[in-house]
Design a protein around this ligand. Structure first.
Ligand SMILES: C[S@@+](CC[C@H](N)C(=O)[O-])C[C@H]1O[C@@H](n2cnc3c(N)ncnc32)[C@H](O)[C@@H]1O
Length: 355
């Protein structure tokens, strides 16, 4: 991201906070449960883990609210159940949470303390602020790394700063798209490769990693730069056409996020070479999700909780109009949608073992 752009989700516990508007992401985390449990069983059955008598698990891009501890709680419970089943004493467990320094860690810290007090094998907890595109932990110190809904965020969009990523004029936008999409794809490849290299250093031998990120269904280079923020961009486009925001400002706006296809991700992982893929899944974003979670109002407020800081940094205070326009736009879109049309967004889940 450029030096002026700061990424964080809406802070606090209020009506517009990420904490209160992340149930869609929570449903995605639930889909990772069996992969996290399988990774823990693998680790707990490994003689090296048993010998060391300790395990360290970390969630990267934890954000705030109930989702921040969801994956590590699944892991802690799985550790507890495993050792209970074999009537063995559990190892000492260290739980670490990471996000960027602007993240609201206030309540997260309190919830971490509660986790420590109510879960017997957890003896150490901690917050590790910083970018997951940098080193965060000592080498060979982690057993399991989890991350949900976060790795679609890029470290920066670099040279793209002088190319308008999302032009108001549809013709210009379509013409420019191949160059822009290729640049985002390149940045994603660079970032994800770096992420893998860093985590490979920080994990113990045979350490595990379970991550999910927003991706795209098609293997073709995106027909929009990134579906990850496509809906937010569409809403801003409507606002620009109705004069609520300046068209020039709209042209220079971008969000540093990219949704890869499952195949694209597989190629990057295989080329980097530090991990073998235990399992990879690509789910429809909405399938199996409670439809009540997907009302236009809920989606518009979820987009607000995710993108408000970045939108306000660029356009100023426009978020109430953003939600109103979003609700209207999404309702219209829904009523004109052809039954059976496939959603271009998928959730990509991947379970990795350090090679
Ligand atoms: C949509 S939230 C996901 C939060 C939570 N894991 C969930 O599933 O609900 C994405 C999080 O990734 C964090 N993030 C983005 N880029 C990051 C980076 N380079 N390093 C660490 N965290 C990052 C954001 O600050 C944000 O809190």
């Amino acid at each position: 991201m450029d030096s002026k752009q700061r990424v964080y989700m809406n802070q606090g516990q209020g009506e517009t906070s990420y904490a209160r508007n992340s149930s869609i992401q929570s449903a995605q985390q639930n889909r990772m449960k069996s992969l996290v449990e399988a990774a823990i069983v693998g680790l707990c059955s490994n003689p090296n883990t048993l010998l060391s008598g300790k395990m360290a698990i970390a969630d990267l891009g934890c954000s705030s609210g109930p989702n921040a501890l969801a994956l590590v709680s699944i892991a802690v419970e799985a550790i507890h159940n495993h050792f209970l089943q074999f009537q063995q004493p559990p190892p000492e467990v260290c739980v670490l949470l990471n996000d960027l320094p602007d993240n609201d860690f206030n309540v997260v810290v309190k919830n971490l303390v509660a986790l420590q007090q109510t879960n017997e094998p957890v003896c150490v907890t901690g917050i590790v602020p910083g970018s997951f595109y940098e080193r965060l932990f000592p080498s060979g110190s982690l057993h399991l790394v989890c991350s949900s809904n976060s790795l679609q965020w890029l470290s920066k969009v670099g040279k793209l700063n002088h190319i308008s990523a999302y032009d108001f004029d549809e013709h210009i936008r379509r013409e420019r798209l191949p160059v822009v999409a290729a640049a985002y794809a390149r940045q994603f490849r660079k970032d994800f490769t770096r992420f893998l290299k860093l985590r490979a250093k920080e994990l113990v031998p045979e350490g595990q990693m379970v991550v999910s990120l927003v991706g795209r269904r098609s293997d073709k280079l995106a027909t929009e730069i990134s579906y990850v923020w496509g809906t937010a961009a569409q809403i801003l486009g409507v606002m620009a056409s109705e004069g609520m925001i300046d068209k020039k400002k709209f042209d220079s706006f971008y969000i540093p996020a990219y949704g890869p296809s499952a195949k694209e991700l597989r190629v990057i992982i295989e080329e980097e070479g530090s991990f073998s893929i235990t399992e990879m899944q690509a789910h429809d974003y909405a399938t199996g999700m409670d439809r009540a979670l997907l009302t236009p109002n809920r989606i518009a407020n979820t987009l607000r909780a995710i993108f408000e800081p970045i939108i306000v940094q660029h356009f100023g205070e426009i978020m109430d109009e953003f939600v109103r326009t979003g609700e209207k736009h999404l309702s219209l879109q829904r009523s004109s949608q052809v039954e059976g049309t496939e959603d271009p967004i998928v959730m990509v889940l991947v379970s990795l073992a350090k090679a």
